[in-house]
Design a protein around this ligand. Structure first.
Ligand SMILES: *Cc1c(COP(=O)(O)O)cnc(C)c1O
Length: 355
Protein backbone atom coordinates (compact mmCIF):
# COMPACT_ATOMS: atom_id res chain seq x y z
CA UNK A 1 0.00 0.00 0.00
CA UNK A 2 1.35 3.41 -0.93
CA UNK A 3 1.35 6.11 1.73
CA UNK A 4 0.13 9.51 0.48
CA UNK A 5 2.00 12.42 2.02
CA UNK A 6 0.57 15.91 2.57
CA UNK A 7 3.25 18.16 4.02
CA UNK A 8 2.47 20.84 6.54
CA UNK A 9 2.59 24.48 5.51
CA UNK A 10 2.68 25.63 9.15
CA UNK A 11 5.56 24.04 11.11
CA UNK A 12 4.73 23.60 14.78
CA UNK A 13 6.49 25.24 17.75
CA UNK A 14 9.48 23.28 19.07
CA UNK A 15 10.63 22.79 22.64
CA UNK A 16 14.10 23.71 23.88
CA UNK A 17 16.09 20.45 23.51
CA UNK A 18 17.51 20.70 27.01
CA UNK A 19 14.07 20.98 28.68
CA UNK A 20 11.52 18.91 26.82
CA UNK A 21 8.36 18.22 28.83
CA UNK A 22 7.09 14.66 28.18
CA UNK A 23 4.20 14.27 25.74
CA UNK A 24 3.47 17.93 25.16
CA UNK A 25 5.07 18.99 21.88
CA UNK A 26 4.01 16.96 18.85
CA UNK A 27 5.89 16.82 15.58
CA UNK A 28 4.63 18.31 12.31
CA UNK A 29 2.98 15.21 10.87
CA UNK A 30 0.88 12.19 11.81
CA UNK A 31 0.01 8.95 10.06
CA UNK A 32 -3.62 7.91 9.57
CA UNK A 33 -5.27 4.83 8.06
CA UNK A 34 -8.94 3.81 8.04
CA UNK A 35 -10.61 0.46 8.46
CA UNK A 36 -14.08 -0.29 7.16
CA UNK A 37 -15.71 -3.71 7.50
CA UNK A 38 -15.83 -5.39 4.11
CA UNK A 39 -13.10 -3.13 2.74
CA UNK A 40 -10.28 -3.69 5.22
CA UNK A 41 -7.52 -1.19 5.99
CA UNK A 42 -7.32 1.58 3.41
CA UNK A 43 -6.09 5.12 2.67
CA UNK A 44 -2.74 5.11 4.48
CA UNK A 45 -1.67 8.76 4.64
CA UNK A 46 0.61 11.22 6.38
CA UNK A 47 -0.98 14.59 7.04
CA UNK A 48 -0.18 17.65 9.18
CA UNK A 49 -0.63 16.92 12.91
CA UNK A 50 -4.00 18.24 14.08
CA UNK A 51 -7.40 17.51 15.66
CA UNK A 52 -9.48 14.53 14.54
CA UNK A 53 -13.21 14.89 13.84
CA UNK A 54 -15.11 12.79 16.37
CA UNK A 55 -18.79 11.95 16.87
CA UNK A 56 -19.92 12.19 20.52
CA UNK A 57 -21.31 8.68 20.01
CA UNK A 58 -17.88 7.37 18.91
CA UNK A 59 -17.73 3.91 20.51
CA UNK A 60 -14.25 4.37 21.93
CA UNK A 61 -15.42 7.20 24.18
CA UNK A 62 -17.97 4.88 25.80
CA UNK A 63 -16.56 1.35 25.69
CA UNK A 64 -12.80 1.88 25.34
CA UNK A 65 -12.27 -0.36 22.33
CA UNK A 66 -8.78 0.98 21.70
CA UNK A 67 -5.16 -0.16 21.98
CA UNK A 68 -1.82 1.59 21.73
CA UNK A 69 1.93 1.10 21.55
CA UNK A 70 4.98 3.08 22.64
CA UNK A 71 8.47 3.07 21.14
CA UNK A 72 11.23 5.54 20.36
CA UNK A 73 13.47 6.77 17.54
CA UNK A 74 17.06 7.47 18.63
CA UNK A 75 19.67 9.75 17.05
CA UNK A 76 23.18 8.31 17.01
CA UNK A 77 26.39 10.33 17.43
CA UNK A 78 26.86 10.13 13.62
CA UNK A 79 23.45 11.77 13.14
CA UNK A 80 21.62 8.66 11.94
CA UNK A 81 18.12 7.85 13.23
CA UNK A 82 17.15 4.32 14.31
CA UNK A 83 14.27 2.41 15.92
CA UNK A 84 14.65 -0.27 18.61
CA UNK A 85 12.89 -3.63 18.00
CA UNK A 86 9.84 -2.07 16.25
CA UNK A 87 8.64 -5.46 14.98
CA UNK A 88 8.13 -6.46 18.64
CA UNK A 89 5.76 -3.51 19.08
CA UNK A 90 3.94 -4.43 15.89
CA UNK A 91 3.52 -8.05 17.01
CA UNK A 92 2.38 -7.00 20.49
CA UNK A 93 -0.22 -4.62 19.07
CA UNK A 94 -1.55 -7.48 16.95
CA UNK A 95 -2.07 -9.49 20.17
CA UNK A 96 -3.73 -6.50 21.87
CA UNK A 97 -6.00 -6.04 18.82
CA UNK A 98 -7.04 -9.66 18.87
CA UNK A 99 -8.12 -9.45 22.52
CA UNK A 100 -10.03 -6.19 21.93
CA UNK A 101 -11.71 -7.53 18.73
CA UNK A 102 -9.93 -4.92 16.60
CA UNK A 103 -8.77 -5.93 13.10
CA UNK A 104 -4.99 -6.37 12.98
CA UNK A 105 -2.95 -3.69 11.21
CA UNK A 106 -0.86 -5.41 8.48
CA UNK A 107 2.74 -5.62 9.78
CA UNK A 108 4.36 -4.43 6.53
CA UNK A 109 2.19 -1.31 6.29
CA UNK A 110 2.76 -0.64 10.00
CA UNK A 111 6.58 -0.76 9.71
CA UNK A 112 6.50 1.32 6.52
CA UNK A 113 4.30 3.89 8.30
CA UNK A 114 6.71 4.13 11.28
CA UNK A 115 9.76 4.59 9.07
CA UNK A 116 8.13 7.01 6.62
CA UNK A 117 6.68 9.21 9.37
CA UNK A 118 9.92 9.32 11.39
CA UNK A 119 11.98 10.04 8.28
CA UNK A 120 9.64 12.87 7.23
CA UNK A 121 9.89 14.41 10.73
CA UNK A 122 13.55 13.40 11.23
CA UNK A 123 14.50 16.93 12.25
CA UNK A 124 12.20 16.41 15.27
CA UNK A 125 14.46 13.64 16.59
CA UNK A 126 16.50 15.58 19.17
CA UNK A 127 20.26 15.12 19.50
CA UNK A 128 20.99 16.25 23.08
CA UNK A 129 22.20 13.35 25.31
CA UNK A 130 19.49 10.82 26.28
CA UNK A 131 16.77 12.55 24.26
CA UNK A 132 14.65 10.74 21.68
CA UNK A 133 11.48 10.93 19.60
CA UNK A 134 8.67 9.05 21.34
CA UNK A 135 6.34 7.28 18.90
CA UNK A 136 2.73 6.56 19.85
CA UNK A 137 0.79 4.31 17.45
CA UNK A 138 -2.84 3.66 18.43
CA UNK A 139 -5.99 2.25 16.94
CA UNK A 140 -9.52 2.93 18.09
CA UNK A 141 -13.16 2.17 17.26
CA UNK A 142 -14.93 4.94 15.35
CA UNK A 143 -18.50 3.67 14.83
CA UNK A 144 -20.99 6.36 15.86
CA UNK A 145 -23.17 3.92 17.74
CA UNK A 146 -24.05 3.17 21.37
CA UNK A 147 -24.65 -0.58 21.10
CA UNK A 148 -22.14 -2.75 22.96
CA UNK A 149 -20.40 -4.79 20.25
CA UNK A 150 -17.19 -4.58 18.25
CA UNK A 151 -17.07 -1.54 15.96
CA UNK A 152 -17.17 -1.90 12.16
CA UNK A 153 -14.84 1.05 11.54
CA UNK A 154 -11.49 1.99 13.09
CA UNK A 155 -8.75 4.60 12.78
CA UNK A 156 -5.06 3.73 13.08
CA UNK A 157 -3.00 6.76 13.97
CA UNK A 158 0.68 7.40 14.74
CA UNK A 159 1.83 10.60 16.43
CA UNK A 160 5.34 11.43 17.64
CA UNK A 161 6.81 13.80 20.21
CA UNK A 162 10.38 14.66 21.21
CA UNK A 163 11.18 13.60 24.78
CA UNK A 164 13.94 14.74 27.09
CA UNK A 165 16.25 12.71 29.28
CA UNK A 166 14.26 10.58 31.73
CA UNK A 167 16.98 11.09 34.32
CA UNK A 168 18.25 14.68 34.03
CA UNK A 169 19.89 14.27 37.46
CA UNK A 170 21.24 10.77 36.87
CA UNK A 171 19.70 7.37 37.53
CA UNK A 172 17.67 7.94 40.73
CA UNK A 173 16.28 5.01 42.74
CA UNK A 174 12.53 5.21 43.39
CA UNK A 175 10.42 4.64 46.49
CA UNK A 176 7.49 2.30 45.77
CA UNK A 177 4.49 1.02 47.73
CA UNK A 178 3.01 -2.47 47.52
CA UNK A 179 -0.71 -2.08 46.72
CA UNK A 180 -2.72 -4.71 48.53
CA UNK A 181 -6.29 -3.46 48.01
CA UNK A 182 -6.66 -2.28 44.41
CA UNK A 183 -5.59 -4.30 41.36
CA UNK A 184 -4.56 -3.33 37.82
CA UNK A 185 -5.48 -6.49 35.93
CA UNK A 186 -7.11 -9.85 36.50
CA UNK A 187 -6.62 -13.37 35.19
CA UNK A 188 -8.48 -13.71 31.89
CA UNK A 189 -8.69 -9.93 31.47
CA UNK A 190 -6.75 -7.38 29.42
CA UNK A 191 -3.55 -7.15 31.51
CA UNK A 192 -1.35 -8.50 28.71
CA UNK A 193 -2.65 -5.90 26.23
CA UNK A 194 -1.63 -2.28 25.95
CA UNK A 195 -5.10 -0.79 26.24
CA UNK A 196 -6.18 2.50 27.75
CA UNK A 197 -8.64 0.72 30.03
CA UNK A 198 -5.78 -0.84 32.01
CA UNK A 199 -4.39 2.61 32.64
CA UNK A 200 -7.79 4.00 33.65
CA UNK A 201 -8.05 1.17 36.18
CA UNK A 202 -4.64 2.01 37.64
CA UNK A 203 -5.12 5.75 38.18
CA UNK A 204 -6.93 5.71 41.53
CA UNK A 205 -4.34 3.65 43.42
CA UNK A 206 -1.47 5.52 41.72
CA UNK A 207 -2.85 8.93 42.72
CA UNK A 208 -3.21 7.87 46.35
CA UNK A 209 0.33 6.43 46.40
CA UNK A 210 1.66 9.62 44.82
CA UNK A 211 -0.04 11.78 47.49
CA UNK A 212 1.69 9.63 50.11
CA UNK A 213 5.06 10.35 48.52
CA UNK A 214 5.65 7.14 46.54
CA UNK A 215 6.64 7.32 42.92
CA UNK A 216 5.09 4.00 41.85
CA UNK A 217 2.71 1.28 42.95
CA UNK A 218 3.91 -2.34 43.06
CA UNK A 219 0.90 -4.25 41.78
CA UNK A 220 -0.16 -7.65 43.06
CA UNK A 221 -2.15 -10.27 41.14
CA UNK A 222 -5.88 -9.68 40.90
CA UNK A 223 -6.95 -13.15 42.07
CA UNK A 224 -5.17 -13.81 45.36
CA UNK A 225 -3.43 -10.44 45.80
CA UNK A 226 -0.41 -12.43 46.81
CA UNK A 227 2.01 -12.40 43.87
CA UNK A 228 4.04 -9.48 42.47
CA UNK A 229 3.02 -8.39 38.96
CA UNK A 230 4.37 -5.01 37.83
CA UNK A 231 5.67 -1.70 39.13
CA UNK A 232 3.59 1.25 37.88
CA UNK A 233 3.56 0.80 34.11
CA UNK A 234 6.85 -1.09 34.08
CA UNK A 235 7.79 -4.74 34.43
CA UNK A 236 9.71 -5.58 37.58
CA UNK A 237 12.82 -7.68 38.22
CA UNK A 238 14.69 -8.67 41.36
CA UNK A 239 18.14 -10.02 42.06
CA UNK A 240 17.52 -12.58 44.80
CA UNK A 241 20.60 -14.35 46.20
CA UNK A 242 22.46 -13.98 42.92
CA UNK A 243 19.57 -15.11 40.69
CA UNK A 244 17.38 -12.89 38.53
CA UNK A 245 13.69 -13.36 39.27
CA UNK A 246 10.77 -11.74 37.44
CA UNK A 247 7.00 -12.42 37.38
CA UNK A 248 5.98 -14.95 34.75
CA UNK A 249 3.74 -13.89 31.86
CA UNK A 250 1.67 -17.06 32.15
CA UNK A 251 -1.22 -15.48 34.11
CA UNK A 252 -1.96 -13.09 31.22
CA UNK A 253 -2.21 -10.15 33.61
CA UNK A 254 1.39 -8.94 33.17
CA UNK A 255 2.27 -6.83 30.14
CA UNK A 256 4.94 -8.54 27.98
CA UNK A 257 7.43 -5.66 27.91
CA UNK A 258 9.99 -5.40 25.15
CA UNK A 259 12.52 -3.92 27.59
CA UNK A 260 11.77 -6.91 29.84
CA UNK A 261 12.44 -9.34 27.00
CA UNK A 262 15.64 -7.48 26.06
CA UNK A 263 16.91 -7.41 29.66
CA UNK A 264 16.19 -11.13 30.20
CA UNK A 265 18.07 -12.03 27.02
CA UNK A 266 21.11 -9.96 28.03
CA UNK A 267 21.10 -11.34 31.59
CA UNK A 268 21.01 -14.90 30.27
CA UNK A 269 23.92 -14.14 27.92
CA UNK A 270 25.85 -12.67 30.85
CA UNK A 271 25.53 -16.00 32.63
CA UNK A 272 22.84 -15.19 35.21
CA UNK A 273 20.26 -17.75 36.14
CA UNK A 274 16.96 -16.14 35.12
CA UNK A 275 13.68 -17.35 36.61
CA UNK A 276 10.28 -16.30 35.26
CA UNK A 277 7.91 -17.44 37.98
CA UNK A 278 5.45 -16.38 40.67
CA UNK A 279 7.03 -14.29 43.43
CA UNK A 280 4.88 -13.84 46.51
CA UNK A 281 4.99 -10.65 48.59
CA UNK A 282 5.96 -12.82 51.54
CA UNK A 283 8.99 -14.16 49.67
CA UNK A 284 10.01 -10.64 48.64
CA UNK A 285 9.65 -9.18 52.12
CA UNK A 286 11.52 -12.13 53.69
CA UNK A 287 14.35 -11.59 51.17
CA UNK A 288 14.39 -7.86 51.95
CA UNK A 289 14.66 -8.70 55.65
CA UNK A 290 17.41 -11.32 55.42
CA UNK A 291 19.46 -9.35 52.89
CA UNK A 292 19.08 -11.74 49.93
CA UNK A 293 17.13 -9.08 47.97
CA UNK A 294 20.23 -7.58 46.35
CA UNK A 295 18.69 -5.40 43.64
CA UNK A 296 15.27 -4.41 42.29
CA UNK A 297 14.40 -2.47 39.14
CA UNK A 298 11.61 -1.68 36.72
CA UNK A 299 11.87 -2.00 32.92
CA UNK A 300 10.02 -0.04 30.24
CA UNK A 301 10.56 2.02 27.11
CA UNK A 302 10.23 5.41 28.83
CA UNK A 303 12.77 4.97 31.66
CA UNK A 304 14.53 1.88 30.19
CA UNK A 305 15.67 0.75 33.65
CA UNK A 306 14.41 2.30 36.88
CA UNK A 307 16.19 1.25 40.08
CA UNK A 308 13.97 0.59 43.10
CA UNK A 309 15.52 1.97 46.31
CA UNK A 310 12.76 1.43 48.86
CA UNK A 311 9.68 -0.77 49.15
CA UNK A 312 6.83 0.15 51.52
CA UNK A 313 4.54 -2.61 52.78
CA UNK A 314 2.10 -2.74 55.69
CA UNK A 315 3.53 0.25 57.51
CA UNK A 316 7.21 -0.65 57.07
CA UNK A 317 9.86 0.54 54.63
CA UNK A 318 12.45 -1.90 53.27
CA UNK A 319 15.58 -0.41 51.71
CA UNK A 320 17.17 -2.17 48.74
CA UNK A 321 20.96 -2.02 48.22
CA UNK A 322 21.29 1.02 50.57
CA UNK A 323 19.12 3.06 48.14
CA UNK A 324 21.97 2.83 45.60
CA UNK A 325 21.87 1.60 42.00
CA UNK A 326 23.14 -1.96 41.98
CA UNK A 327 25.76 -3.25 39.52
CA UNK A 328 23.34 -5.40 37.49
CA UNK A 329 20.78 -2.57 37.27
CA UNK A 330 23.52 -0.24 36.10
CA UNK A 331 24.97 -2.65 33.56
CA UNK A 332 21.53 -3.26 32.03
CA UNK A 333 20.89 0.48 31.75
CA UNK A 334 24.27 1.17 30.14
CA UNK A 335 24.01 -1.75 27.73
CA UNK A 336 20.43 -1.20 26.54
CA UNK A 337 20.76 2.58 26.18
CA UNK A 338 24.19 2.04 24.55
CA UNK A 339 22.62 -0.11 21.83
CA UNK A 340 19.62 2.22 21.42
CA UNK A 341 21.73 5.34 20.87
CA UNK A 342 24.33 3.47 18.81
CA UNK A 343 27.17 3.84 21.35
CA UNK A 344 27.55 0.05 21.53
CA UNK A 345 27.56 -2.44 18.66
CA UNK A 346 24.19 -4.09 18.03
CA UNK A 347 25.14 -7.77 17.76
CA UNK A 348 21.49 -8.88 18.13
CA UNK A 349 20.11 -6.94 15.17
CA UNK A 350 17.71 -5.05 17.47
CA UNK A 351 18.04 -1.64 15.81
CA UNK A 352 16.33 -0.71 12.54
CA UNK A 353 17.77 2.22 10.60
CA UNK A 354 15.38 4.96 9.42
CA UNK A 355 17.72 7.50 7.84
C1 LIG B 1 4.22 -0.59 28.12
C2 LIG B 1 4.16 -1.28 29.44
C3 LIG B 1 5.29 -1.91 29.99
C4 LIG B 1 6.67 -1.86 29.39
O1 LIG B 1 6.75 -2.37 28.09
P1 LIG B 1 7.96 -1.96 27.16
O2 LIG B 1 7.66 -2.68 25.89
O3 LIG B 1 9.20 -2.42 27.81
O4 LIG B 1 7.91 -0.48 27.02
C5 LIG B 1 5.13 -2.58 31.20
N1 LIG B 1 3.94 -2.61 31.83
C6 LIG B 1 2.84 -1.99 31.34
C7 LIG B 1 1.56 -2.06 32.09
C8 LIG B 1 2.92 -1.30 30.13
O5 LIG B 1 1.83 -0.70 29.64
Amino acid sequence: MDITITRTSAPRPRPDEDHIPFGTFFSDHMFLMDYTAGKGWHDPRIVPYGPLPLEPSCMTLHYAQAVFEGLKAYRTAEGRVQLFRPTENIARMARSCEKLCIPEVPADVYLDALKTLVELDADWVPSAPDTSLYIRPFVFATDAHLGVHASHTYLFCIITCPVGSYYPEGLDPVHIAIESREVRAVRGGTGFTKCGGNYAASLHASEIAEKQGFSQVLWLDGVEQKYIEEVGSMNVMFKLAGKIVTPSLASGSVLPGITRKTALQLLTEWGYEVQERNISVDELIAAAQDGSLEEAWGTGTAAVISPVGQIFYQGRTYTVNDFQIGPVTHRLYETITGIQWGRLPDSHGWTVPVC
